[in-house]
Design a protein around this ligand. Structure first.
Ligand code: BGC
Length: 805
């Protein structure tokens, strides 16, 4: 097995949507699904192109109400390409006999190749090969090279190449009733001898999108200059055609070069002019390919994780790294956009940004923290919106929306379709106030692992303090219990939206939210009291309007927050959880293969998951994923609760059997939890399932609509935390490897406070080398501490050490 490749050896129409998502190419700026270039949107194909941060909001009248939805816009399709032989019909996969079909995504160099032979109904056999690139070297460039080789005939081949701006967001069946035409065509036309352009504008946000292409032609690798005929040229669609006399056995290459700019790009006053200029400067596909490959080579030299002894794991780890880097790369540093939960790979969740960043950022923090910083700046720029959102509900501080898109306003839909029952119901998921906790947690973790005090002082501290302020403002003091409480929120488990007999959404004292609120407030105090300079701290208090009274309240909350917990150490997911009914899991497992979405099954039966002890994903257990035992024990004890020795085991045994894993995130988190319980076998079993989430689309159709960036980040995080045993402390990193059975060795590097640590580990020895990024500051006396299996080792820079394990 080639662990750098994803290979598909047959054309199965029903499998195309999944393969298109998994073979998406992207560079953080834009992504294009791996749809065949000869295809157009249909039940089989969906050639979507998405530009990060390009959203548009549309109203739809439904059930007598007008609802608004904001979508990551499917942009004009630059792939448009087709051909016909000897005046026959245009090529179609369904109407030709397809032979020797093979699609290969090479993740090592970021090139997607589709090759096959086909026989048309007149018996012409043609070998074709399509190589595609979305340039990692220049985020505004894409290209493909299409090669024809007539095998049993000589004849005329006519080729059409163009841009289609007559595009809607139609990738998700269940959104089809909603308005989906986000683009207004502005202009299209030709330039030079071989160029075409198309410019559109989003209907609401008025973002201009300009695409320009050139089509080049080569006969047996010698460039020819055919005469192009512009075929259709209205504002939304343009294409040109040319034909050539193909000789049996000869090779004919048609190259398509693309440039994309939008009016959001910095330093680009005229996006169309820039797109035309850029594409005109490209020499050919080979030039794009050369630069692109060099860039991927440099990326992998830092980001790769090598596993010997398990090819499947190796392959999927690389796939997860590859797709995360295609969804967000260092090009994002200059872009105002967040990390979409489904990448730039499809239209699920409308391209919105959730709390999933919490699963993804640890990977970026340890490899390219500038990407995390860019995403945190996306949040920082929306702090005003988060404060307005809090104020709308009568709260103080910053309340980030559950789903975020362009403005930072709440974009969670108000009603939700149950595909099983075909009915719409209210959607309370916006009550997941823990998303603000995740934003503060991410800002803190970024600072903690990079030491970027400049970020903390200028932006991070303000995020953390504003979120702490919000959490304090939704906290009420209960005179009876003499404790603080948070009411009316949802935890990460989305199945419980409200109390069964209540009309209002939200639950009281969700343990995860309450404990994490204490954690955030604690960090806000630490930042103000100890990390910022006196002046910076004072300025921040002045800016945020937080006074001494509020700070005293914070100090009180961290000692008196409510955590619903039984004497036996079971933490209640929320107050009242223990009174809910038990579900007969066996009955549902017998009836349905898809128990993971038990919420939909119950709703279709006229019941509600609110009535049962059934969770979509870890809620109480999530605490053990985000915080370490020491931190949790500290918080519990400070609050006056017992943190018994077996607390994790007890809560795992209680909640795990009551969890349906309706989110791909669920299994990944549980695999991390079982590792804390030292259950290696279960850890590996769950980790393997998490690794299959997207490659095998374990939720049956979900990956077709976009990858799950959260689970991709989580699995890499688990690799680093659990199998490599990496622990990032404030002043050093620690490593305590625990290689799964069958893994012979692992090799990876992480960047911690501007030092690259290179590890090469097998069951008997660990090799480590520390490479500071600022070579000039290295002095012979410098030593870098690393804790290996609890022993401190002092490393001299650039020297490789071998430690016997
Ligand atoms: C999960 C959420 C997640 C969202 C986006 C949902 O299915 O329950 O936790 O944030 O997907 O990935």
């Amino acid at each position: 097995m080639n662990t750098w490749k994803l290979t598909y050896r047959n054309f199965i129409p029903g499998n195309e949507p999944l393969r298109e998502a998994l073979t998406t190419l992207g560079n953080g700026y834009f992504g294009t699904r791996g749809a065949a270039c000869e295809s157009h949107a249909s039940e089989i194909h969906y050639p979507g192109t998405y530009i990060t941060g390009v959203y548009n909001k549309l109203p739809t009248k439904i059930f007598g109400k007008t609802i608004y939805n904001e979508d990551l816009v499917n942009c004009p399709n630059w792939l448009v390409f087709n051909y016909k032989i000897n005046d026959g019909p245009w090529f179609s996969y369904l109407e030709s006999k397809i032979m020797d079909y093979r699609v290969e995504l090479n993740m090592n160099n970021g090139i997607l190749t589709r090759r096959f032979r086909f026989k048309d109904n007149r018996g012409h056999i043609t070998f074709v090969r399509h190589k595609r690139i979305v340039s990692m070297a220049d985020p505004h460039i894409g290209s493909f090279c299409y090669t024809f080789t007539p095998e049993n005939y000589s004849g005329k081949i006519m080729v059409r190449s163009g841009i289609d701006g007559e595009i809607k967001n139609e990738g998700i069946e269940r959104y089809k009733e909603l308005n989906n035409k986000h683009l207004k065509a502005l202009s299209a036309g030709k330039f030079g001898k071989d160029g075409l352009y198309q410019q559109s504008r989003t209907t609401q946000g008025k973002i201009r999108i300009s695409e320009s292409i050139r089509t080049l032609f080569y006969e047996d690798n010698v460039q020819k200059y055919p005469k192009f005929k512009v075929i259709k040229n209205d504002k939304s669609y343009c294409s040109h055609e040319f034909s050539f006399n193909a000789k049996k056995g000869h090779h004919y290459n048609v190259e398509k070069l693309l440039s994309i700019y939008t009016s959001r790009d910095q330093g680009v006053p005229d996006d169309l002019k820039k797109a035309i200029e850029k594409v005109s400067q490209i020499e050919n596909f080979n030039q794009v390919s050369r630069d692109h490959k060099a860039k991927w080579k440099a990326i992998w030299s830092r980001f790769d994780i090598e596993v010997t002894g398990d090819d499947f794991m190796q392959n999927v780890l690389r796939m997860h790294i590859f797709h995360l880097l295609q969804s967000a790369s260092t090009h994002n540093e200059d872009i105002d956009a967040g990390m979409p939960a489904r990448g730039l790979h499809g239209e699920a969740y409308r391209g919105h940004i959730f709390w999933d960043e919490l699963y993804i950022f640890p990977f970026f923090n340890l490899h390219a923290p500038e990407i995390t910083r860019a995403f945190l700046m996306y949040r920082y720029r929306r702090l005003e919106a988060a404060k307005a959102y809090a104020a709308m509900y009568g709260h103080k501080g910053a309340m980030f929306p559950w789903q975020s898109a362009s403005t930072g306003e709440e974009t969670t839909q108000a009603i939700h379709l149950n595909p099983l029952s075909g009915t719409w119901g209210p959607d309370y998921s916006f009550k997941q106030r823990h998303v603000s906790i995740a934003v503060a947690y991410n800002a803190w973790s970024y600072y903690y692992s990079t030491g970027d005090i400049d970020f903390l002082e200028c932006y991070g501290a303000e995020i953390i303090v504003e979120v702490a302020c919000f959490l304090s403002s939704i906290t009420q003091y209960n005179k009876k219990t003499k404790r603080y409480e948070i009411k009316g929120v949802m935890g990460p488990d989305e199945y419980h939206e409200k109390y069964p007999d209540s009309e209002e959404g939200g639950l009281n004292n969700n343990a995860y939210t309450n404990i994490m609120a204490v954690w955030v407030i604690e960090k806000a105090l630490l930042t103000l009291d100890h990390l910022l300079s006196k002046e910076a701290s004072r300025a921040l208090l002045l800016k945020t309007g937080i006074d001494g009274k509020e700070l005293s309240r914070w100090r009180d909350i961290i000692h008196k927050m409510t955590v619903p917990i039984s004497k036996n150490g079971i933490i209640h997911q929320f107050e009242g959880y223990m009174k809910l009914k038990e579900l007969n899991w066996d009955k549902y497992r017998e009836k349905s293969v898809q128990v993971c979405r038990i919420d939909r099954i119950l709703k279709a039966e006229g019941k509600s998951p609110d009535e049962y002890k059934v969770s979509k994903q870890p809620d109480v257990l999530m605490l053990f994923y985000v915080l370490n035992m020491k931190e949790l024990k500290f918080i519990f004890n400070q609050l006056g609760y017992r943190f018994g020795k077996n607390i994790l085991k007890k809560n795992f045994d209680y909640y795990y059997p009551r969890t349906s894993h309706g989110s791909t995130l669920s299994i990944a988190v549980h695999s991390c939890i079982t590792s804390l319980l030292n259950d290696n076998e279960k850890t590996m079993e769950l980790f393997s399932i998490a690794m299959e989430s997207d490659i095998h689309d374990i939720q049956g159709g979900s990956t077709n609509e976009g990858i799950h960036t959260g689970v991709m980040g989580a699995t890499i995080n688990i690799f680093l935390r659990v199998f490599a045993g990496l622990d990032v402390l404030e002043d050093r990193i620690c490593i305590k490897p625990n290689l799964p059975e069958g893994w012979k060795s692992i090799k990876f590097q992480v960047r911690y406070k501007n030092i690259w640590f290179k590890f090469d580990i097998n069951s008997s020895a660990l090799k480590v080398k520390a490479e500071p990024m600022h070579k000039l500051t290295i002095r012979p006396s410098n030593v870098i501490p690393v804790v290996i299996n609890k022993n401190v080792h002092k490393l001299h820079p650039e020297k490789t050490y071998t430690i016997i394990l």
